[in-house]
Design a protein around this ligand. Structure first.
Ligand SMILES: [Mg+2]
Length: 427
């Protein structure tokens, strides 16, 4: 039996705004940041649980404080009963009624809970000697489903249906694990697309990402000036040719009528999707846009605050591509529910990534989905940007445009503090 002994937070901020890497229509000067947490126990194995929340600078300290405030609850608790009953861990934080008042189930507190629960799952995976994707995929369907919270879900997905989906996912699982380890999981690149880049830089990067690195899709940021967008899209399409997919991302900048008018000028570029055309809270707005811009698909989800919103989007058929994020909701259990909902409603999931740690974290869920839920990679890919990977003990590796499946035990988000240390925020 071991006990939790410490919850340590680190406020890392990388000065990415210096190069305009990450710049888009809503976020002109992001400093990629991580509210990073280590959970320590007194076990002899030396295992630390790692979790984090990705932010883009100011406010990273607020998330660290939120993590610290709830981390105190763990100190002195026995580790094993909690790891053996992750629903109990979920309830401890998500259903703490006083904390819940600060959401409910959304925003800074919910994201901080996500970091803490991720760190607990990291300990569980490390103790099992498995990467998180494999731990989740190899849990018995009933066992995994017993960790999930179906409150507010049962009009769309009941626990028995979730068990059925996972049981169906057992068929051919061994072959898919083998295939995943051999070929990896498709990625796509946003590296060329930042709005702050010159046309020359964008074109050079679009060619490099598709022709040299092998990505089958690139994505451009849009939404500041329609004439600039039309010029950049024509240049990008010419640079990558007709066989590489091209997507755009407006990062929530438009109202609904503006989105429809603006996107309808993009039809000639054969777009894979338009991402975040408007507020992530606007289910009906997205549904309206999706109908009005057909056949261009709407993609959204990276800032969707909870499983309840995903449920509504799916029920309203308000998007064509579902996106998830590793640190926006309350950790692995909520993300697993998102994937089960996507399977039930037959929507492809293309996870958001790129920010510090997001690629390392989110690939585990996409791979879990391939192995144990949807059983397919068709029409699915994970975003990739070559940012800050050097600070990770097990950084994301891309081969021929595919994410290589992680094999190290844990959730993959442990940073090498020696190199990251100089980015600790000093105030
Ligand atoms: Mg985006």
């Amino acid at each position: 039996m071991s006990r939790f002994t410490a919850v340590k937070t680190f406020d890392f901020r990388f000065p990415t705004s210096n190069t305009l890497s990450g710049s888009d229509a809503m976020n002109p000067d992001p400093d990629y940041s991580s509210a990073y947490v280590e959970i320590h126990t007194d076990a002899d194995d030396g295992v630390k649980g790692i979790g984090f929340v990705f932010t883009i600078g100011r406010g990273n300290d607020v998330v660290c404080k939120a993590i610290e405030s709830m981390g105190d609850r763990l100190i002195g608790m026995e580790v094993e009963p909690l790891l053996d009953d992750m629903k109990k861990a979920w309830n401890l934080f998500v259903h703490d009624s006083q904390l819940r008042w600060l959401g409910p189930e959304k925003g800074v507190e919910h994201m901080a809970i996500g970091a803490v629960l991720s760190a607990l799952w990291d300990i569980k995976a490390k103790r099992a000697g498995k990467p998180l994707w494999r731990l989740l995929a190899e849990m018995e369907p009933e066992e995994l489903v017993s960790t999930l919270d179906f409150r507010y879900m049962t009009d769309a997905l009941r626990p028995e249906e979730a068990v059925e989906i996972l049981k169906e996912g057992q068929k051919g699982k061994a072959e898919r694990i083998e295939n995943l380890l051999k070929v990896g999981y498709p990625g796509y690149s946003t590296a060329a697309g930042w709005l702050g880049y010159s046309d020359e830089k964008m074109v050079a990067l679009a060619k490099e990402e598709s022709q040299v690195k092998g990505f089958k899709q690139i994505k451009l940021k849009v939404g500041q000036n329609v004439d600039d967008d039309l010029r950049r899209l024509a240049l990008a399409r010419e640079a990558i040719g007709p066989d590489v997919r091209l997507a755009v991302d407006a990062n929530q900048v438009w109202d609904v009528p503006t989105a429809i008018e603006w996107i309808n000028r993009f039809h000639e570029f054969d777009l894979a999707w338009v991402e975040e055309p408007t507020s992530p809270d606007d289910v009906i707005g997205h549904a309206t846009i999706a109908r009005a811009i057909n056949p261009i698909k709407v993609a959204t989800g990276e800032q969707m605050q909870s499983r309840i919103l995903y449920k509504q989007y799916l029920q309203a058929n308000a998007f064509g591509i579902m996106q998830i994020d590793a640190t926006r909701v309350a950790g692995p259990q909520e993300i697993v529910l998102e994937y089960l909902l996507a399977k039930k409603f037959n929507k492809p999931v293309c996870p958001h990534a790129g920010g510090v740690g997001l690629c390392e974290a989110v690939c585990h869920f996409a791979m879990f989905d391939y192995v144990a839920v949807s059983g397919t990679m068709d029409g699915r890919m994970i975003e990739y940007v070559d940012n800050q990977h050097e600070h990770f003990v097990h950084p994301t590796v891309i081969k021929n445009g595919n994410y290589v499946a992680p094999t190290a035990p844990g959730n993959g988000t442990e940073m090498t503090l020696e190199t990251a240390e100089k980015y600790l925020y000093k105030g």
